[in-house]
Design a binder for this molecule. Structure first.
Ligand SMILES: [Zn+2]
Length: 407
């Protein structure tokens, strides 16, 4: 089956994850696509197929004769689409021989603009798939699923020699739970790639170190007329905390490898106040310095206003996978080689967020992220070209057919 046929089939099923659910999968509809993928794996003749009660689907294509001594490679994508925008009743627009100009999204009357997505001009002449403006497209990450299964099918039909290949599809990546119940007892790859980036020449293996920090402030509330030297206004102490942080180290002022303090929520009055931050930095030392800065602020304001005025709670979220991957750069180099063979320039941008691959890397499965060829994820401007998906399929086939020797 062609990669675009698979893709169009998958996006016809709504699999929007739901942050409020508290269960995995967060939306029962994810099972419908999982079941389709399970059956497809069966008809491709994969072994070790598992569909778990939590909607993870795994399968294996065993090594061809004489290739058993190579490391097992895994490919991973996610079933759900982002809750940020509707994923229901997607009506894709297929534009063949795309002219490289703005595209009318017929359902909303809005336009997909070259001004907003300059890479559109590079897609001139290709078959472009867009939304009709009323939903997202679901290229994130159903393009990844389509590319992986198409690569597997072609590896089988073209009788390409390969080591053990594992495939894993997860629920709920978009709400940060895709790696939660990923079963490395089933999925016995030595290393893997998540297929979840944009540019088809992307191989990303650096992400943020991340923590949440919450300041709880206790004020002293007395009648304002008689408050001199007595009142401690918790809301004002909250403002003081913010004023002690570098004003230009916020998401709105940083890019690339620059970290930040991001005030995500603030509420309070005289009696009490709460400030929530997320802290991000690629560099481990600078990340720790940021957390120390929050502790120092807490200490100095407690000296000023009295012990126990402020309590600070820091919760670590995820770590930069670079510290795992840098010991196994051969898996990055293999991907770069596969991308170069396609005539593309490998691009390794530090991810300004986390990935399931980062979590999996720390669970023992080193897992860089590759590009699917899709752009504008999580909204109505999401788009992908058929040719980019075909390129991604060839990249996966190259990786699968150039396994790394076991040490
Ligand atoms: Zn994704």
């Amino acid at each position: 089956m062609k990669v675009e046929e698979r893709f169009l089939n998958y996006i016809s099923h709504c699999t929007t994850s739901n942050e409020a659910s508290g269960t995995i999968p967060s939306n029962d509809s994810e099972f419908i696509l999982a079941q389709i993928l399970r059956l497809e794996m069966q008809s491709l003749g994969l072994t070790d197929i598992h569909m778990t009660e939590h909607c993870y689907v795994y399968g294996k294509l065993p090594a061809t004769p004489g290739m058993e001594h190579y490391k097992a490679i895994g490919f991973i994508s996610h079933i759900d689409t982002a809750p940020d925008f509707s994923g229901e009743n997607i009506k894709p627009q297929m534009i063949s021989d795309y002219d490289g100009k703005d595209v009318l999204l017929a359902g909303s009357g809005d336009y997909l603009k070259v001004k907003d997505f300059p890479s559109l001009t590079t897609l001139k002449g290709r078959t472009l798939i867009t939304t009709d403006g009323t939903t997202l497209l679901g290229a994130d990450d159903k393009a990844g699923i389509a590319e992986i299964l198409t690569a597997i099918e072609e590896i089988i039909t073209e009788q390409i020699p390969h080591g053990d290949l594992w495939i894993g599809f997860t629920p709920d990546e978009e709400i940060g739970c895709g790696a939660d119940l990923f079963d490395l007892n089933i999925f016995q790859a030595d290393y893997a790639y998540t297929m979840d980036g944009d540019y088809e020449g992307e191989v990303a293996y650096e992400n943020f170190n991340a923590a949440n920090a919450t300041f709880d402030i206790k004020g002293v509330n007395v009648h304002p007329g008689e408050a001199k030297d007595i009142m401690i206004n918790a809301a004002l102490v909250g403002c003081e905390i913010v004023s002690m942080l570098p004003a230009d180290e916020t998401p709105a002022h940083t890019s690339g490898r620059e970290g930040f303090y991001h005030l995500t929520d603030m509420s309070g009055d005289v009696a009490s106040a709460t400030l929530s931050f997320i802290i991000r930095d690629h560099d481990k030392t600078q990340f720790e310095n940021r957390l120390q800065k929050l502790r120092d602020i807490t200490m100095s304001l407690n000296q000023k206003y009295g012990t126990d005025t402020i309590t600070l709670e820091i919760e670590h979220s995820y770590e930069n996978m670079l510290s795992v991957i840098e010991n196994q750069m051969e898996i990055v180099n293999l991907a770069k080689q596969a991308i170069s063979v396609e005539g593309l320039t490998p691009l390794s941008r530090p991810i300004r967020g986390g990935t399931d691959g980062a979590r999996l890397s720390f669970m023992g499965l080193p897992c860089p992220n590759l590009g699917t060829g899709g752009y504008g994820f999580h909204g109505p401007y999401e788009h992908i070209s058929v040719e980019a998906m075909q390129t991604a399929v060839r990249i996966l086939k190259y990786i699968a057919s150039h396994p790394i020797e076991k040490a």
